[in-house]
Design a protein around this ligand. Structure first.
Ligand SMILES: [Zn+2]
Length: 226
């Protein structure tokens, strides 16, 4: 199966809630977002790209959905269930609208915590309670997760696998295999230039970064911490 490039967004435009520390750089402008979609839509094979959203911000529905539909693109939305219905975040009606428009809904956990830091019971609740809430809203199975902050280790991956998730999305960057369990994504940031975004979409990565990524992914999959 040919490699795919996966692009991850967080919020778009002006946030409608108080941001977490260090979150602001991950909010892109509407122009940046639409520019990336235009580039993907203009490629000979838009299916070579996967577009995802983490956190479940209201801009997923208000800005991203119409822009995707206008270009015939689909995306995956990884929703924090602890924020559903809160100001600035998706509510249950938004989530159903996304689903009815052909978008995939997945879990980003409940409370936006780093999963490797949790003890067993809390980790299971993050992974399973969030999914149960989304399945209740969507009335269909939820099988994918976006890993909060891209932080995982072997124990987290095992827990996701045991809970019968079929695909989990990290933030390791670079290309991914379409049928892999662990799927790396690149998170776009507001401070990225158009040239940087174009090179990410072209799948370009320096040899040093590629080596660091490979070693990092190997280490996180085999060393159990927390
Ligand atoms: Zn997140």
């Amino acid at each position: 199966m040919k490699p795919t490039i996966s692009i991850n967004f967080h919020g778009i435009g002006d946030p409608k809630r108080t941001l977490e520390p260090d979150e602001a750089p991950y909010w892109v402008t509407r122009d940046q977002f639409e520019n990336v979609l235009d580039r993907i839509a203009a490629t000979p094979d838009p299916a070579a790209y996967v577009i995802t959203f983490d956190d479940g911000n209201q801009s997923d529905h208000d800005i991203a959905l119409p822009a995707l539909v206008a270009r015939g693109l689909t995306a995956r939305y990884f929703v924090l269930t602890g924020r559903i219905g809160h100001p600035g975040s998706l509510n249950a009606g938004h989530i159903r609208t996304l689903q009815e428009a052909g978008m995939t809904i997945g879990s980003h956990g409940v409370a936006h915590v780093a999963w490797p830091t949790l003890e067993e019971g809390a980790l299971t609740r993050e992974i399973c309670d969030s999914r149960a809430r989304l399945e209740d809203i969507c009335s269909q199975p939820v099988t994918e997760a976006g890993i909060p902050f891209g932080r995982y280790d072997a124990r987290v991956l095992r827990a996701l696998h045991t809970a019968r998730y079929t695909a989990v999305w990290s933030s390791d960057g670079g290309k991914m295999k379409q049928n892999a369990f662990l799927r790396p994504r690149t998170s776009l940031r507001r401070d990225m230039t158009e040239t940087m975004m174009a090179s990410i979409l072209a799948g370009q990565m320096s040899p040093v970064r590629r080596l660091r990524r490979t070693l990092g992914m190997m280490r996180r999959q085999w060393i159990v911490t927390g």
